[in-house]
Write a new protein. Structure first.
Lengths: 214, 248
């Protein structure tokens, strides 16, 4: 890669697979369970987190030398909360329709442990550019899992993708439904998200034995 | 040696400084965007009311409002009267659509008389009575605009929510749910019963319009119960108005 040095590229690429925040670090599980019943919601959440974590990491990194260590967690919380609220306000004023879709996620973003985790583990000890890459990388890793889970849950639970029916009409019995296929109602319940995440973890670790802890 | 940033005095000064900076930043953002946000909200109300009486740009499966540019014009064209019902008194008020239902509910709790807004719209010779209502979902507020005819049969409904679960309760603002209400009778044998969002409904295709039931959304039990409760308790308040209408 010409644009990024090898070390910098690692910051973006590692969290996508071998150091994924959800499947390896097991952070951010709560929101991954809550909003992945639909692909669209997963995508919106992924984009929001990329945005917040990218900028949040830079802000924390810029003020890392003046943050008192005793109250650093509170400071991090304030930064992410203020950031999310300002974004929400701006959207409400200039893109009202979009803000209605997003406002559901505001609370979930503030309490997302990936964000606090990256602030604490990375941004506090690294410069703004590296912190920015780390934020984008981890948010992408989070987003990828969200979208995979959302894809399977919406497809198997509702027979749609992005709200568009892809398997036929379950009531009129067309497409796959005409040969006796049924939507699995369990898939839209949060516990099934946990099982899907579990399967991803299993697949990932059986492909790369180095990831298995003792 | 103790670091400068570990001192108590530094910590306190930093905390105060941070609160001041972030606080004023948020206050500034909120104050400077307030007007635009209020306008957006008012336009949304007009869009919602028009949606309930069937003035919308729905495509095959999605709910689409009329554009914000057109909303004020269409609103004054189709909404013939805006009423405020207070006890036995009914007065006209051209800004009734701005009445905050949440505030009125709090007032009623405090023992004050509640003002009930009602919008009367006319489209293609049919009269619609549209009531704004508000209730509780699983996580936060839910609300609706319900258009009825003079017999309290639902002619159209728009539901929305503040923070229901995406993909589950949040689907109350989707057409497959809202359209089920069209044609449902709120009355049963001359008595008000509302419309129940029912699990285990024997009529999932919603062919029977007099059973006072619509099919629930799987995985959204509490939101659905909230919708039932909201329709029952809020629309009930409008029953005297409709009875008066008939006795006239």
């Amino acid at each position: 890669m010409g644009l990024l040095s090898k070390k910098d590229a690692k910051l973006i690429l590692d969290p996508l697979a071998d150091d994924n925040p959800i499947t390896i670090q097991v952070l951010g599980i709560c929101s991954a369970l809550a909003i992945t019943a639909e692909l669209k919601a997963s995508l919106v959440m992924a984009i929001s987190v990329i945005f917040v974590l990218g900028i949040g990491n830079v802000v924390i990194s810029l003020i890392r030398n003046i943050i008192p260590s005793k109250i650093r967690i509170i400071v991090q919380l304030i930064v992410v909360a203020a950031l999310v609220i300002i974004v929400d306000l701006v959207l409400k004023a200039f893109a009202y329709e979009l803000s209605k879709t997003l406002s559901v996620f505001v609370g979930l973003i503030i309490t997302n442990c990936i964000i606090m985790g990256r602030f604490e583990a990375f941004a506090l000890g690294n410069g703004p550019w590296r912190a920015f890459l780390d934020g984008i990388g981890n948010a992408l890793g989070y987003g990828v899992i969200l979208i995979i889970v959302g894809f399977f849950r919406e497809l198997l639970g509702s027979g749609t993708l992005f709200g568009i029916p892809v398997l036929g009409d379950p009531i009129a019995k067309t497409g796959l439904y005409s040969i006796g296929y049924e939507n699995n109602g369990f898939m839209i319940m949060p516990p099934m998200a946990l099982i899907v995440v579990g399967i991803i973890i299993w697949v990932q670790r059986s492909r790369n034995k180095a990831l298995i802890e003792d | 040696m103790e670091k400068r940033t570990d001192k108590n005095s530094y910590t306190i000064i930093f905390a105060i400084g941070m609160v001041l900076v972030v606080g004023s930043l948020l206050a500034f953002a909120s104050a400077s965007l307030k007007d635009r946000i209020t306008t957006n909200r008012e336009l949304e109300r007009q869009q919602n009311i028009l949606y309930a009486m069937g003035i919308n740009e729905n495509d095959e499966s999605n709910a689409v409002f009329v554009s914000t540019e057109e909303a004020p014009k269409l609103f004054s064209e189709y909404i013939k009267k805006q009423l405020v019902i207070q006890g036995d008194k009914t007065t006209e008020d051209n800004e009734a659509y701005l009445i905050d239902v949440k505030k009125e509910q709090t007032n009623a709790k405090d023992g004050k008389e509640r003002r009930l807004p009602l919008f009367i719209g006319e489209r293609e010779g049919v009269t619609y009575y549209i009531a704004p209502i508000r209730g509780k979902g699983l996580w936060d507020a839910i609300w609706a605009y319900v258009a009825m005819d003079d017999n309290m049969v639902i002619q159209g409904a728009f539901f929305d929510h503040k923070g229901e679960t995406a993909g589950l309760g949040a689907n109350i603002n989707k057409r497959f749910f809202m359209d089920d209400f069209i044609g449902e009778d709120l009355m049963n044998n001359g008595k008000f019963v509302g419309v129940n969002v029912a699990k285990g409904n024997a009529d999932p295709l919603n062919i029977d319009k007099t059973d006072n039931e619509v099919d629930a959304i799987a995985g959204a039990t509490i939101t659905g119960d909230g919708v039932s409760a909201m329709l029952r308790s809020e629309l009930k308040l409008y029953v005297p108005y409709f009875e008066n209408l008939k006795n006239k």
